[in-house]
Design a protein around this ligand. Sequence first.
Ligand SMILES: *Cc1c(COP(=O)(O)O)cnc(C)c1O
Length: 413
Amino acid sequence: MLLDFEKYIVPGMTHWGHPGWFAYFPSNSSPPSVLGELLSAGLGAQCMSWETSPAATELEQVVMEWYRKLLGLPESFTGVIQDTASSATLVAFLTARARAGDHASRFVSYASSEAHSSVAKAARLAAIPSERQRVIAVDEHFAMRADDLAAAMQRDVEAGLVPGIVVATMGTTSSTACDPLRVIGEIAARHRAWFHVDAAYGGSAAIVPEIRPLLDGVEFADSMVTNPHKWLMTNFDCSAYFVRDVDALLHAFSVTPEYLRTRHDRDSAAVNFRDWGIPLGRRFRALKLWFVLRTYGADALRGMIRKHIALGSDLAALVSAAAEFELMAPAPLALVCLRHVPAALRGNEGKLAEHNAALIANVNAHGVAHLTHTRLGGKYAIRVAIGSFRTEREHVLRVWELLQREARALTRS
Ligand SMILES: *Cc1c(COP(=O)(O)O)cnc(C)c1O
């Protein structure tokens, strides 16, 4: 069977752990994480309530406390592991809507035009009609314009609507732009709207002291999500959701039929995580995160993030200095957005998009690097996301060399 696995499955997979992985965002795995996953599978753990998994429930509490402290989040936040950031953001929406009570029919959501698609999906699943989902404009660096947010909320209040939830992003998917959380948090607080911070990718970097300022203002948040399964060596899935008002969460999610009652339901010290999210059954995800944090420790994890960010800054500098290449956004978090602009195509956005799409295809065809794209301000952009834990300088230099070589070849043809 393992021979068949090698023969049929491995060649048919997209290898996210390859050092030439620059697509999307990283989704790292690591030996301690794999060991934790293996042991959790062996235990056959089902972590819906304290009684069904006492040590798993308590370890999840311990590990989320460690992680909260590593991220420099206030003590008022309590953590729970969700499967994905998409689920966590949906949980935030559903909690905010439940909290709105009788006002739910006038509930308005706010997020920037650069927010992740999971935000629009959560709004739809929370039954917020599209005419009550506000898309706030971004500035020249793709961060939310807080003044536009304030104006939109004011208009809605005057129209008799209720500002229900504001989602800000720390590290947008297209360019790792960071919304001004403090200002946005103050505006949300003024309107008593739920303030959710989507730091799915970028949040991991906040364990590095010099990056932590990008999370400044998260103190105002009602909830925040960040994915150890992206940048923090913990294999998919493991998404950390931090929430301030646990009672609001439980009020929205807790349902206890007779067959789930245990002797510990009224014991306030026993947490039943089934009430903290959508599914009843839960995997033992805390184990792998515990193994990762203990094996590497804070310093090594910080070192890895610093290395990736430095590789990103160096590539951004190379791109800025290269004739006919354009750096399309600041690169604070190891994602470099660029495009090739040959003189003949300058100003022709349609042709530039075709040209750069061909460039990605030709680079990817070498099989040593994988790139994807986005659009920034309507312009086609190549994303080079550096964050696979085996990626070294040589791999970044190789993809840069390939980009230049294939760009020349395309321009000649
Ligand atoms: C990746 C990403 C998500 C979605 O993460 P999942 O865990 O796959 O749901 C949400 N928001 C941002 C900013 C992301 O980068």
